[in-house]
Design a protein around this ligand. Structure first.
Ligand code: NAD
Length: 322
């Protein structure tokens, strides 16, 4: 059977979009995890498309706009039919700081579309709202994004952030249907699954759920996280121990971590950062294996036991109390 048929598509809230269960996180294309050549970027995007990944996520923040430019060039070079892909980008967070004003986000989408070489994006997110005033997000940014949606430059509106409390704060204060989707990161993986508690609320609101960073931004990889990773030494060390354990058992921590995130079908897609053909193939292979054989329960339990002392440990982000 072709691998393509093994990558499930899942509905995203009420949007009507059907996302591949693995999404292509394009932050690495902005050299966020090390230098990536154009050829490596192109082969990763090409292979992702071949294997049935239809969702690509970027932001003007990643690599100070480089990720959007590289992704746009790859999609253009590969002549991908626009209707075959779902592209999300973000606004409000930039290399030089945060600006969630209506005026900035209106300019931002035009700049993003030019870099992406697209006429519209499928989802436009407010990027990491915990760094702004949540009342400004509710009163000014979301209405501005609604106007961008009405102009046809974005089909759906989302919000992203690390502290889970920001989603409730915003969603409790905007009109029904003003926010179509949330993107949460580092809260649905084997070391931290707290996003799970929010899912019934999001379902009730009709809001689609995207989770990102199943490898906890490199913590759950054999090579470990980048220097800038904000986790505590204790969390880093527990994840390292889990990675070593998996290796000794002849498996890989990244596989277990990704499969764990994929198992929750209330989550529409799991965004993994990928910068090489090998990672794309490995990750799609993990999804295929999960579907065919299920997760290795024994290893999962062992990994969970190693991570138990740091379970659900996170780190501060932004200027909000929660
Ligand atoms: P991640 O947990 O997906 O980890 C990415 C790292 O793991 C990279 O170094 C990558 O090269 C490596 N990797 C990928 N597949 C691997 C494999 N099979 N084996 C070993 N290593 C592998 O973290 P991420 O990239 O930060 O998150 C994924 C995407 O989600 C981002 O690219 C971005 O699009 C999105 N995201 C959004 C937000 C936000 O909106 N606030 C925050 C985080 C992530």
């Amino acid at each position: 059977m072709e691998q393509k048929t093994l990558l499930d598509k899942r509905n995203l809230g009420n949007t009507g979009l059907k996302l591949s269960c693995i999404g292509f996180g394009a932050s690495p294309l902005g050299n966020v995890f090390g230098l990536v050549s154009h050829n490596d970027a192109l082969s990763a995007v090409r292979r992702a498309l071949e294997l049935g990944i239809n969702f690509f996520d970027t932001s003007p923040y990643y690599g100070a706009t480089l990720s959007e430019t590289v992704l746009g060039n790859c999609l253009h070079e590969l002549a991908v039919p626009r209707g075959d892909i779902i592209v999300s980008t973000k606004c409000g967070r930039y290399a030089d700081g945060f600006d969630f004003s209506a005026e900035r986000v209106r300019r931002s989408i035009d700049e993003s579309l030019a870099r992406l070489r697209l006429d519209y994006v499928d989802i436009l997110h407010c990027h990491d709202v915990e760094f702004g005033s949540l009342d400004q997000i509710v009163e000014e940014t979301i209405p501005a994004l609604q106007r961008i949606k009405a102009e046809g430059k974005a089909r759906f509106v989302g919000i992203t952030g690390l502290p889970l409390g920001v989603f409730r704060y915003v969603l409790d204060r905007v009109g029904v249907g003003s926010v179509d989707v949330i993107l949460s990161y580092c809260h649905y993986s084997v070391n931290d699954s707290t996003l799970g508690d929010l899912i019934p609320y999001l379902r009730e609101k009709g809001v689609g759920v995207i989770t990102a960073s199943p490898l906890a931004m490199g913590l759950l990889t054999e090579s470990g996280p980048p220097d800038w990773h904000p986790a505590s030494p204790e969390l880093k060390s527990a994840c390292r121990a889990a990675a070593v354990h998996c290796k000794e058992k002849g498996t890989n921590i990244s596989k277990i971590a990704l499969q764990y995130s994929l198992m929750n079908e209330d989550i529409s897609t799991v965004l993994v950062g990928m910068n090489s053909l090998a990672h794309v193939e490995d990750n799609v292979g993990c999804a295929a294996e999960l579907r065919n054989a299920g997760i290795d329960e024994e290893i999962l339990q062992e990994v969970e036991a190693i991570l138990e002392p740091v379970k659900d440990q996170t780190w501060p982000s932004g200027i909000q109390p929660n």
